[in-house]
Design a protein around this ligand. Sequence first.
Ligand SMILES: Cc1cc2nc3c(=O)[nH]c(=O)nc-3n(C[C@H](O)[C@H](O)[C@H](O)COP(=O)(O)OP(=O)(O)OC[C@H]3O[C@@H](n4cnc5c(N)ncnc54)[C@H](O)[C@@H]3O)c2cc1C
Length: 472
Amino acid sequence: MTSKIAPSVRELFEAAVGRDNAFSDPDKAVDYGHDEFSLKEIAREPDLVVKPRTAAEAAEVLRIAGAHGVPVTPRGGATGLCGGCVPLHGGVVLSLERMDRVLEVDADNQMAVTEAGVRLSDFVKAVEEGGLYFPPHPGDESAMMGGLVATNAGGSRAVKYGTIRNYVRGLEVVTPAGDVLRLGGKLEKSSTGYNLMHLFIGSEGTLGVITKVILHLNTRPGIMRSLVVPFAELEPALETVPLIMKRGVVPLAIEFLEIEPITLTEEHIRKKWPTKLGSTHLLVILDAPSEAEMDRLSEAVAEVCCGKGAIDVFIADTPSKQDEVLAIRSKIYDAIKSGTVEILDIAVPRAEVAGHVRKVRQVAAKYGMWLPTFGHAADGNVHTHIMKARFEAGKMVPVPEGDWRGKADLVREELFRDCRERGGVISGEHGIGLVKKPFLSFVLDERQIELMRGIKRVFDPRGIMNPGKIFD
Ligand SMILES: Cc1cc2nc3c(=O)[nH]c(=O)nc-3n(C[C@H](O)[C@H](O)[C@H](O)COP(=O)(O)OP(=O)(O)OC[C@H]3O[C@@H](n4cnc5c(N)ncnc54)[C@H](O)[C@@H]3O)c2cc1C
């Protein structure tokens, strides 16, 4: 696989997208060599960045790349957390940023049609202006719609409303051969052959470039309320989650948080969490069509929590109180990012979360590391942060590299083994990308990985699409 692009080939790429939309100056290209993964050592500068405006331009880019053996890495908002859009072998980064129009919000069919480079925040705004609702809400709103589909993103609302996969009804994709395929449509049902559309969901840019997405929309939910429930200990807090679900209440989200990251995030964004009591908090977010139903659900949740020893139940029911609580939850990563080596994304069956987090505590004690853990408890999705810092007197204090580098690998491996023993997967929503690739075989047997390789070969016989991601 070549990594440098010959001048004559570069001219072809420039002609495909227009000279103004192709560049390689290091000052600008450096920004296209990484995502949000904390350790910048995995970054790799592309040889050329191209910004097509249409699927036809993207198709021409892929045809040229295929003919000349140039690797192509699709790039959305670069909010990924596993190095998925890092151009590992150089070559071309194909940025979707100019494909940024929401094309239609179709109220009659409850569908939206959007280009792949639209940011989640802009998409949500357009949908709301159209009087409808798009439930999935992964944490970083600058992610792009194509990237969300390519990683099958989740977010905290998956327990009630599912992940992105549950909303995709159609895709326009460009294959590495330069064909533009229209898969699915504004359809709620299809039993028409193999579902190629679903293959692209979660394919992390290894099968082709997603250029357009058709998404199912819901009607607007009624009202929302957040309950913050502190517990003295971690385990009763986590054991409460399956009990809430068994009670027949399906919250919009149940997040669990530890007090240390809450404290650091309050400081970081200068907002206040409702309470400092206890060590572990549940954030239960409810939606309901009426006040009466909301009261019924809230009481049921409070009863279950108090039955498991909750210290108190704090209610955020005004928009400003809700915003404050949600802002703190969504900014935890920002607040502790400078001390983070890696944020894990393990998913286990819901009733295994307490056991897995107990294991995290044991591993933290064994290696003398701070491993703050929070996550989408009702989805079984646990985000443990492997840290290069410790928490001391309300502050994050860096630790010397010699004290974390070797241990980080051991911690990751022990937690992945625990995840496997509990019937889990190493990524619930972020994807495998580059950094989790060595661990895929922890949870998938070789036969499954070989079938995946075979599928990749069908779409991409020359191996130009995002090479070196998910598996080798
Ligand atoms: C603070 C923070 C909070 C987050 N919270 C969540 C969360 O709650 N839930 C969650 O699931 N994720 C979360 N993430 C991770 C990230 O936002 C998601 O993985 C998101 O889906 C990535 O989208 P992106 O557009 O930024 O993709 P990128 O990072 O640009 O790319 C991700 C992968 O998709 C491929 N790709 C991108 N666009 C295309 C395309 N058009 N066609 C084909 N392949 C493409 C890339 O090659 C790469 O492999 C969070 C990240 C941050 C920084």
